[in-house]
Design a protein around this ligand. Structure first.
Ligand code: SF4
Length: 374
């Protein structure tokens, strides 16, 4: 073996690193190995066309990072939540949602989250660590294996963690998802709570990946209460970042709005949101707040959501109400929770800001009336 840093997962090294690991092997071996990883979803140890000695040598450095700790199926059988143990005892969750002809996976980018949004189970539990590229991609691999006849058509980074806080690994993962797993960039979406410097960088990456901003309040006082990072990146900065993203990518940002009973679902909230959405040239996704143990309020009732939608539309805003998936197994927005496995260095409860939306459930300006985003 050559001087390549130890890695956690066979999906972590890039082609350059693998070229070093394969020193002395025939040139075709890299493509063979890469195809095994990204076309057949197999780690080197399961790739039958690799020589035994090479598999043994790779296995010393690389081993699949995700170990299944639990699997839950929603009542209708269409949503699956996986709880994974990571090699250092950290835990994460992944949600797979089936639709008639395709599937969407909602992946985690961090174990826990440092952003501290009060209504989110992940935020209530605190931060553990960033995931590696391999830990992120293995969630996609698991989803591809589980989709069977269906196609894994969409990947959304709306699971545990703030994806833009794990920036470099997120970008590397996105490139591999698009180039190597062959999932179109427009079928991939990343959510952020509003890390403005990273949003500005993201706009310049040349990716056609969607960006969803978890807004939840359109005035700084309320937003800072709900989403503490707003203290550092207030709404006018977010609007400017959304505008830049639109300018550089041609894609609209989606503003995510968890409907919280009596908190952000009044006509005055709709008026403020409409002003921000118009300034940001953004689409709005409304999500009824999901119950979490550590937040005393509940989601808005259906009639309030309906009035909110009417008010937004009256003000010229393009808005979608998302159907929640997997609430019965705590797999919906903000509900994911994964404690460190026993014996780990700390005992933490983790959950996610995921809502596991489908990126194709949003409107597209190029297809008026169609319920897609970008
Ligand atoms: S909503 Fe997102 S950013 Fe906020 S605490 Fe939850 S996972 Fe983190």
């Amino acid at each position: 073996m050559t001087d390549v840093p130890p890695t956690d997962s066979p999906w972590t090294p890039d082609r350059v690193a693998y070229r070093q690991l394969l020193a002395g092997q025939p040139a075709y071996r890299l493509d063979q190995l890469w195809q095994g990883l990204y076309s057949h979803d197999k780690p080197p140890e399961d790739q039958t066309n690799l020589p035994k000695a090479l598999k043994a040598s790779l296995a010393e450095r690389l081993a699949p990072a995700l170990e299944l700790a639990a699997e839950q199926l929603s009542d209708d059988g269409q949503t699956i939540k996986w709880l994974w143990n990571l090699p250092d005892q950290a835990r994460i969750e992944t949600v797979l949602m089936h639709y008639p002809d395709r599937s969407t996976v909602c992946v985690s980018s961090q174990a826990g989250c440092a952003m501290g949004c009060g209504f989110c189970a992940t935020g209530q539990a605190g931060y553990d660590r960033n995931l590696t590229v391999g830990e992120i991609l293995e969630q996609v691999v698991a989803a591809r294996r589980a989709t069977g006849e269906r196609r894994l058509a969409n990947v959304v980074f709306m699971g545990m963690g703030e994806p833009l806080a794990n920036y470099d690994r997120l970008i590397e993962s996105l490139h591999r998802i698009v180039a190597d797993f062959g999932i179109g960039a427009r079928h991939v979406a990343v959510s952020t709570v509003g890390l403005v410097p990273q949003m500005l960088r993201f706009a310049e990456e040349g990716l056609q990946v969607g960006l969803a901003l978890s807004l939840h309040a359109a005035n700084d006082d309320l937003r800072t209460e709900l989403v503490p990072i707003n203290r550092h990146h207030p709404i006018d900065e977010l609007v400017a970042a959304c505008q830049l993203f639109r300018e550089r990518t041609g894609r609209r940002v989606s503003l995510e709005w968890a409907m919280i009973d009596g908190v952000n679902d009044r006509p005055s909230d709709a008026a403020e949101l409409a002003a921000v959405a118009r300034a940001a040239a953004a689409h709005v996704n409304l999500i009824p707040l999901n119950p979490t143990p550590g937040w005393p309020t509940v989601g808005s009732p259906p009639d309030r959501i309906e009035s909110f939608v009417v008010e937004l539309r009256r003000r010229g805003v393009n808005v979608t109400v998302r159907a929640n998936r997997g609430t019965d197994i705590d797999a919906a927005c903000g509900q994911l929770a994964a404690a460190r496995s026993p014996g780990g260095p700390t005992s933490v409860t983790i959950s996610t800001g995921a809502g596991a939306p489908d990126v194709t459930d949003q409107p597209r300006p190029d297809r008026p009336g169609e319920n897609r985003a970008d």
